[in-house]
Design a protein around this ligand. Sequence first.
Ligand code: NDP
Ligand code: GDR
Length: 372
Amino acid sequence: MPKKVALITGVTGQDGAYLSEFLLKKGYEVHGIKRRASLFNTDRIDHLYQDPHEENRNFVLHYGDLTDSTNLTRIIQQVQPDEIYNLAAMSHVHVSFEMAEYTADTDGIGALRILEAVRLLGLTKKTKVYQASTSELYGKVQEIPQTEKTPFYPRSPYAVAKLYAYWATVNYREAYGIFACNGILFNHESPVRGETFVTRKITRATARIALGLQDKVYLGNLDAQRDWGHAKDYVRMMWMVLQTDIPEDWVIATGKTTSIRDFVKKCFAHIGVQLEFEGRGVNEKGIIKKCNNQQYQIKIGKEVVAVDERYYRPTEVDLLVGDATKAKEKLGWEPKYQLVDLVNDMMQSDLKLMQKEQYLKEGGYTINNYFE
Ligand code: NDP
Ligand code: GDR
């Protein structure tokens, strides 16, 4: 059997890295599109890198951008992929309010550019397309839990752009017979989650506070509730939806929801600290009440979490909880990670990372000493 060929946009991101690993293990030849940046931006996939001088490479990177249709068309023509995973996006909901037009171009029209390239290159029968759709499409709560049939009500420029991409995927499937599927994925996290998403911001800060590298962390809306899974479970599902006989759209979620406040408590509990919240809204504070661990630099009564309005969004998505019954019944998908496993995985990783920072600091090294 010839190797299957996959093309991943957003290969340098959280999901791109886990999906690359997953597909390489399955024996795929994996091509990824990365952006040119002034610094190296391949941290998450450096362990998979193969030197261009090696023969028979099965992991190949191409420079590209979702805003450049000639570039995308050329890469797709060259690679002739069996499967395209369109994961590239300006994926930060809060930032999308600052960069609405760019977000629409990348996250909305970008998906169209991929679908159109498949059509123009005559690959409608060969190339399957996975579109990274999102629970943000549900936005303002219409129904709990959210399923493939729940109406959409996007609440950010990001979600509005993703709504366009969602319907472009459905339309190209119906109009041209492309095997194109939306995975409507609920939040999924991991040790390589971007540092400004709330879970990673919290696990990093908890580890830094434990090691005396930081005093407190400022967060926004602590009442928001999210259905958090592990990215490893979710990339497996991306692949599964392209292996079916009929292209469809799928909700992927754990079915359990947790507030930001409770996520913070769970992270502190991981290091043996009981954190309690006092006050409401912008006056809310997280205070250390008890500690069963001598290993860390923890002071009872210390305020380690505070609210800063700058992290509030102009319009918020209050409550997400998904119902993945269709994926479970039709594809046999089950998440292997529970929230407690996710917290452990992220906390252990950030504690290790911050210990490195602590050693460097104690050894007199700063992280960046170019300009000293
Ligand atoms: P990340 O933010 O970690 O990764 C996004 C990737 O897209 C990065 O590789 C980034 O490159 C790349 N990218 C951004 N803009 C462009 C552009 N204009 N052209 C080409 N590449 C670009 O996101 P995740 O891995 O978490 O998410 C993957 C996809 O799934 C995204 O589309 C996201 O919107 C969607 N999604 C994510 C969920 C989650 O909870 N993680 C849930 C539901 C959907 P660079 O590294 O250079 O910045
Ligand atoms: P989200 O993730 O917007 O759900 O989008 P994020 O982690 O950014 O926010 C989750 C919730 O936490 C609240 N919050 C904060 N968020 C951030 N980033 N920083 C804070 O300090 C903070 N304090 C409170 C937010 O208001 C929000 O309610 C993610 C992205 O991966 C999208 O690309 C993806 O589509 C969705 O998940 C599903």
